[in-house]
Write a protein that binds this ligand. Sequence first.
Ligand SMILES: Nc1nc2c(ncn2[C@@H]2O[C@H](COP(=O)(O)OP(=O)(O)O)[C@@H](O)[C@H]2O)c(=O)[nH]1
Ligand SMILES: *[C@@H]1O[C@H](CO)[C@@H](O)[C@H](O)[C@H]1NC(C)=O
Ligand SMILES: *[C@@H]1O[C@H](CO)[C@@H](O)[C@H](O)[C@H]1NC(C)=O
Ligand SMILES: *[C@@H]1O[C@H](CO)[C@@H](O)[C@H](O)[C@H]1NC(C)=O
Ligand SMILES: [Mg+2]
Length: 378
Amino acid sequence: MIVINSNQRKPLLVTAGCLLFCIFFFFWPLKAPNNEKATASHSSLINHPNLPDPSLPPAWHNTTRVKAAFVILTRNNELDALRKTIQQLEARFNHKFNYPYVFLNDVEFTQEFKDLTSSLTSAETKYGIIPQEHWSYPDWIDVEKADRLRKKMGDEGIIYGDNLSYRHMCRFESGFFFRHPLMEEYEFYWRVEPSVEFFCDIDYDPFLYMKENNKKYGWTISLIEFEATIPTLWATTKAFMSENPEMIPKNNLMNFISNDNGRNYNLCHFWSNFEIADLKFLRSPEYTAFFEYLDKSGGFFYERQAFFLWGDAPVHSIAVGIFLNKSEVHFFNDIGYKHEPFMHCPVARELQKKCHCNADDNFDLTPNSCMRRWVEVS
Ligand SMILES: Nc1nc2c(ncn2[C@@H]2O[C@H](COP(=O)(O)OP(=O)(O)O)[C@@H](O)[C@H]2O)c(=O)[nH]1
Ligand SMILES: *[C@@H]1O[C@H](CO)[C@@H](O)[C@H](O)[C@H]1NC(C)=O
Ligand SMILES: *[C@@H]1O[C@H](CO)[C@@H](O)[C@H](O)[C@H]1NC(C)=O
Ligand SMILES: *[C@@H]1O[C@H](CO)[C@@H](O)[C@H](O)[C@H]1NC(C)=O
Ligand SMILES: [Mg+2]
């Protein structure tokens, strides 16, 4: 039997202590998911708006609010999915800040829809119908040609290929939601869709953050469509840029959407089912000219080579890329968010404490994400 007397015990304890200490520090960086570095390092947690000084009163006690609203394009039959989303948005953020909701639809909302959404919030809720001319063929479209090309895309098995209402939706979200009469009084919007989830407490006002920091566009997920080609969208964008060079600032974000200085589109886009943005940007003469140029070309209805239609995500993202610079665009790392099948979940420990998502499932540094590109560009 080995007897350890009290003289021998001390150095043993010290050695064991050192060993544990060393092991801890050796493995410590591995405990965090390996993608922590890229997302945490470029957005320092010092003075992070969602980690306010606990000795100060909470941000929502200050009654200053931005003229801003949630904007939700949806259908009556998505009521249940939407209620789940609103419940999370209220619990995580809006019961503190009380921003209004604007619901938009191409047909009248039912009384049931109104009752069962307004009852989930104490904020103001408004229900609007989309004007006919924002959800129909413009007169320069050859309807027969559009029908023929759409049917062909359907036959080729392209997702939403033969779906006319989807085309109207993409065009509406690209060019019209911010011109709806119910949106007129607002300066900023936060886009929400049925079924999306919010995982983290948001203890500050993102609208005020955007406004006070001169941010024009905010996002949480950016991605690349590997199989997609949107050839006519990029060709049309290049034609627009060469016809309107005075509208394109020098230090723009072109390098986020192109790997070769604008010759080709690299298919990176911000996922527009989540957006917090400045309505002045979408209402600007530059964005208006860009949208009208695209719309006149007919691509929202004719595009046929694409796996991916002319969605509002690439349209908004390309506009951000050509008109804004990096300091005007904000990555909301602190907003844990999911739209099937992708989730952004903050991995930095202090932010993670406010969330209920699993950081191992964070999309940011997976191969289809454009986060690396975002970190690289300036
Ligand atoms: N009112 C109305 N909303 C629609 C229609 N089609 C799509 N939406 C809404 O537009 C948004 C995007 O549609 P969704 O089906 O989620 O497209 P995905 O996310 O691209 O698969 C959602 O908020 C839908 O509720 C439609 O025909 N009418
Ligand atoms: C409330 O917030 C606004 C905007 O940030 C600021 O100008 C104002 O000083 C704040 N009020 C108080 C009492 O802190
Ligand atoms: C068109 O797409 C929508 C999703 O935006 C879907 O709900 C609807 O069922 C589709 N319609 C047809 C006719 O496929
Ligand atoms: C970005 O644009 C803003 C104008 O909105 C300007 O004040 C700022 O200096 C620009 N930053 C860079 C790096 O070009
Ligand atoms: Mg969706």
